[in-house]
Design a binder for this molecule. Structure first.
Ligand code: AHG
Ligand code: MN
Ligand code: MN
Length: 346
C-alpha cells in the first residue's frame, strides 16, 4: 500500500477509506472499531488523571493469572465490556482479566466478530506515570449467523486469522496504532485532546529491518536457558563491524517497548525461563498480547517468533496460554529464532 491519505485525517475517515476498498464490507467492522476508540478515549482520560484522583492502588483482588489487579485495570476492563457488548457486532469477547469467554447479554443483538483484549498492559507502571496501553485483536467467528452460545473452539484461532489488531498507547500523547492485515499496512494516530479526535500522524509505519536495540528483563538472566543467555550476551558483546554492543531499552510495558522498537527498530524478547514452574513458556499471553502485536509487526515489515516459528501460526489450545516472544526488526528476530532453534551458534 502506498502513502496516499495525507496527514491529518481522522481515524474514522481512515477506517472508512480502508473499508471502501473491501467489497465485502458491511459497516459492521467500522462500527466495532469506532466504539473501541470511544472506550479507549475514556480510558485515556482516566489514565491522565490517575495521579490526581484516588484511583490508584491495588483492589486487593487477584486476576485469573494470579497477578495483582490495579484499580485502573478493572476500570478499563469494565469500560471496554460495557461499550462493546451492546453494539451488535460481537458474538463474544475475551479479556486478560476474565477467566472465561465474556458472553454478550441476551438483551443485545449479536454479530460475527470476536474481540480479544488486554485492557491495560503494563499495569505495574500505572502509579509511576510511565506509559501503559490497551491491546486488541479482532477475529471473525468460524460459523457466521448463529445466535447460539459460542464454543471455545471458534475463538481459539491462530493469529494469522485476525482481521484487525492494534493498540492504544497512553504515553506522553495517546496514540492508536492498527492494521487490518493483508498488506493494508500499519497506521498510527495521535489523540488531539482539545479536539477529542485521533488524527493520522504516522502513516504506513515500517520497522527498520535490522537495529541496535534489545529490550528484555535482564533480571531474569539466571533463569534462562543457555541459548537465551548466549543471544543476550551476543547483543552486549563488543564488535565494531556488526554495530555491537546493542543499546538496552526496557520500560516494562509491552506496548511501550514494542512501540518504541516499531518506530526506531529493535528486538523485544520475553523468553521462557525457569523462574516460575507454573509459567514454563514465558509470561506473555498468546491471544491478547503476542498475536495482535505479531500482526502489527508483520504488516510493518518485521517478524514475531516464539523461538521455533511464527507466532501467527500457533494453534491455540487455551484462552490464556502463554508464549515466549521474540518480536521486532526482522533480521534481529530471525537471528534470535535461529539461535533458539540451535541452527546458529553464537
Ligand atoms: P499486564 O500489565 O497486562 O499484566 O502485562 C505486563 C507484561 C508486559 O506489559 C510487560 O512486557 C511485562 O509484563 C513485564 O514483565 P516483567 O516485569 O516480568 O519484566
Ligand atoms: Mn499485558
Ligand atoms: Mn493487562
Amino acid at each position: 500500500m502506498e502513502k496516499k491519505q495525507g496527514v491529518g485525517i481522522t481515524i474514522t475517515q481512515h477506517i472508512l477509506n480502508q473499508q471502501r476498498g473491501n467489497p465485502d464490507a458491511t459497516g459492521a467492522f467500522t462500527t466495532l472499531l469506532n466504539e473501541l476508540i470511544v472506550a479507549a478515549k475514556v480510558i485515556s482520560r482516566e489514565v491522565n488523571k490517575a495521579g490526581l484522583v484516588d484511583i490508584l492502588g491495588s483492589t486487593g483482588r487477584i486476576n485469573v493469572q494470579n497477578e495483582r489487579v490495579q484499580k485502573l485495570d478493572v476500570f478499563a476492563n469494565q469500560i471496554i465490556i460495557e461499550r462493546m457488548q451492546h453494539i451488535g457486532q460481537l458474538c463474544c469477547m475475551v479479556s486478560e482479566e476474565n477467566a472465561d469467554l465474556i458472553e454478550i447479554p441476551s438483551r443485545f443483538p449479536k454479530g460475527n466478530y470476536v474481540l480479544l483484549f488486554d485492557p491495560l498492559d503494563g499495569s505495574s507502571n500505572i502509579d509511576v506515570n510511565v506509559s501503559i496501553g490497551t491491546i486488541f485483536s479482532i477475529y471473525r467467528r468460524k460459523t457466521s449467523g448463529s445466535d447460539n452460545e459460542v464454543p471455545l473452539s471458534e475463538v481459539l484461532q491462530p493469529g494469522k486469522n485476525q482481521v484487525a489488531a492494534g493498540y492504544f498507547l497512553y504515553g506522553s500523547s495517546t496514540m492508536m496504532v492498527y492494521t487490518t492485515g493483508n498488506g493494508a499496512g500499519v497506521h498510527g494516530f495521535t489523540l488531539y485532546p482539545s479536539l477529542g479526535e485521533f488524527l493520522l500522524s504516522h502513516e504506513l509505519i515500517k520497522i527498520p529491518e535490522k537495529a541496535k536495540t534489545y529490550s528484555v528483563n535482564e533480571g531474569n538472566y539466571h533463569y534462562w536457558d543457555d541459548k537465551t543467555k548466549a543471544l543476550v550476551d551476543f547483543f552486549k558483546a563488543r564488535d565494531k563491524e556488526t554495530g555491537r554492543p546493542y543499546t538496552s531499552r526496557y520500560v516494562g510495558s509491552l506496548v511501550a517497548d514494542f512501540h518504541r522498537n516499531l518506530l526506531k527498530g529493535g528486538i523485544f524478547l520475553y523468553p521462557s525461563d525457569n523462574k516460575d514452574p507454573k509459567k514454563p513458556t514465558g509470561k506473555l499471553r498468546l491471544m491478547v498480547e503476542a498475536n495482535p502485536l505479531a500482526l502489527v509487526v508483520k504488516e510493518a515489515g518485521g517478524y514475531a517468533s516464539d523461538g521455533h516459528g511464527p507466532i501467527l501460526e500457533i494453534e491455540p489450545t487455551e484462552l490464556h496460554q502463554r508464549t515466549p516472544l521474540f518480536i521486532g526488526s526482522k533480521k534481529d528476530v530471525e537471528l534470535a529464532e535461529a539461535v533458539m532453534k540451535g541452527q546458529t551458534r553464537l
